[in-house]
Design a protein around this ligand. Structure first.
Ligand code: FDA
Length: 340
C-alpha cells in the first residue's frame, strides 16, 4: 500500500479514536472540536481527506458544488423558496500572489454571473484568500476591485472574519474601503466568542456599519475568547441587542443575525417585538445545508432569511469547521466511510 493510500486510513483511525475518546470522557466534545480545527489547517490532513472520494459526497451536504453554475442553480432554488443568498467562492490562507489574483478574477466573474442571471445574491469574501497573509496592501487592492465592481451592479461585498490574529487588519481594510474610498456596499463580521467584540461593536454602531453577527468558528485561546458556549451565547445576545437597538438603527446599522441556534433566534425576535423593531430592519442568516427546516419556517413567518452558499474545489477547511461545530456530523462522515 503506497504512502498516499495509507494516509486516509491513518486519518480515519485518528478521527475514530478521537471520537471514541470524546464519548469516553465528559469533556471530549471540546477536545474533539480543537482537534478538528487543528486538522482544518493541516496540509497532510487535507491531502488525506480530499483523496477519499466519499469525503466530497459528505462535504457536498454543506457545499453547493465545485463550479459557479452549481452555485447559481442553488441560489435560484433558494430564491424560489423566498430566501436571499450570500455566495462564497471557497479558498483561504493563500500564500501565492498569483493565486490571490485568480481568486479575485473568479469573484469578479461571479459578480457578473449574479448580475446576468438576476439571482438575489451578494458576495462574501475572505481576506486570506485575497492575500492578507502575504501583504495587507495586496489584499486591500484585490478587495477594492471587488467592491468597486459590485457597486456597478448595485451589489455588495461582505468580509468574513477569520482567526483573531487577522481581526485588526480586517477591520482596518473594511474601514479603508468604507471611509477612505467611500464605498457604502461593504460589510463586516463580528464574532461573539471574542472578548473584544463588545468594544468593536460600540465603534461599528457609531459608524453605522452593516454587521453580520456570528458566534465564531476558529480555534482561539482563552485569553481572547470565551472558552464555553454559555459565555459566547450570553455575549451574542448582548451584541445583538446593541446592534439592533435604537442608537444603532439611528446610525444606519443593518444587522444580520447569523446562527442556527434557536435560542439566539428567539431572543432576537423577542427583543425586536418588545422594542417595536420591524422585521425588515434585520435579517437571519444560515449556512447552506444546515437547519433547512428552520430557514423555511422563518421565511414562512415573514422574516428575511439569507443562506450562505459556498462553492469551489477548496472545500476542505470549510468542511472541517462544519464538522467541528457539530460532532454528530463526524459520526455521519465516519459511518459513511465505514459503510463503503
Ligand atoms: P451553535 O454552534 O450553538 O449551534 C446551534 C445549533 O445549530 C446546533 O445545536 C445544531 O443543531 C445546529 N448547527 C450548528 N452548526 C452545525 C453544523 N455545522 N452542522 C449541523 N448543525 C449545526 N464564523 C466566523 O468565525 N466568521 C465568519 O465570517 C462566519 N460567517 C458565517 C456566516 C453565516 C451565514 C453563518 C450562519 C455562520 C458563519 N460563521 C462564521 C460560523 C459561526 O461562527 C458558527 O461557527 C456557526 O454558525 C455555528 O454556530 P451557531 O451559531 O449555529 O450555534
Amino acid at each position: 500500500m503506497g504512502k498516499s493510500r495509507r494516509l486516509p486510513s491513518i486519518l480515519l483511525l485518528l478521527l475514530g479514536s478521537a471520537a471514541l475518546v470524546a464519548v469516553l470522557f465528559r469533556y471530549g466534545e471540546r477536545w474533539l472540536r480543537a482537534l478538528l480545527l487543528y486538522l482544518s489547517g493541516a496540509a497532510w490532513a487535507r491531502q488525506a481527506v480530499t483523496s477519499v472520494p466519499l469525503a466530497w459526497r459528505v462535504a457536498s451536504r454543506f457545499v453547493a458544488g465545485e463550479d459557479i453554475q452549481s452555485a447559481i442553480t442553488t441560489a435560484r432554488d433558494l430564491n424560489a423558496r423566498g430566501m436571499c443568498v450570500a455566495m462564497d467562492y471557497l479558498g483561504e490562507s493563500v500564500t501565492n500572489v498569483q493565486d490571490t489574483i485568480d481568486a479575485r478574477d473568479e469573484i469578479l466573474y461571479l459578480l457578473d454571473c449574479i448580475h446576468d442571471t438576476g439571482v438575489n445574491a451578494y458576495v462574501s469574501i475572505k481576506l486570506s484568500q485575497l492575500g492578507v497573509k502575504i501583504d495587507k496592501a495586496l489584499a486591500l487592492e484585490n478587495v477594492r476591485w471587488l467592491v468597486q465592481h459590485a457597486r456597478r451592479y448595485h451589489n455588495e461585498i461582505h468580509i468574513d472574519m477569520e482567526e483573531s490574529t487577522l481581526l485588526a487588519t480586517t477591520l482596518e481594510i473594511y474601514r479603508a474601503l468604507r471611509h477612505e474610498y467611500g464605498f457604502d456596499n461593504v460589510g463586516v463580521v463580528i464574532q461573539s466568542y471574542l472578548y473584544r467584540s463588545e468594544a468593536d461593536v460600540q465603534q461599528l454602531v457609531a459608524e453605522g456599519a452593516p454587521v453580520r453577527l456570528v458566534k465564531g468558528a476558529y480555534a482561539e485561546p482563552p485569553e481572547v475568547a470565551y472558552p464555553d458556549k454559555a459565555g459566547t451565547d450570553a455575549n451574542f445576545i448582548r451584541l445583538m441587542q446593541r446592534l439592533l437597538g435604537e442608537p444603532a438603527r439611528r446610525h444606519g446599522v443593518y444587522l444580520a443575525v447569523a446562527t442556527h441556534d434557536e435560542a439566539m433566534i428567539r431572543a432576537t425576535i423577542t427583543y425586536a417585538q418588545v422594542n417595536h423593531i420591524p422585521a425588515d430592519a434585520y435579517e437571519f442568516q444560515m449556512l447552506y445545508g444546515i437547519a433547512r427546516a428552520l430557514q423555511q419556517q422563518l421565511v414562512d413567518a415573514g422574516y428575511r432569511v439569507r443562506v450562505y452558499v459556498p462553492y469551489g474545489t477548496a472545500w476542505y477547511p470549510y468542511f472541517m469547521r462544519r464538522l467541528a461545530e457539530r460532532p454528530a456530523n463526524l459520526w455521519f462522515f465516519i459511518s459513511n466511510l465505514v459503510r463503503k
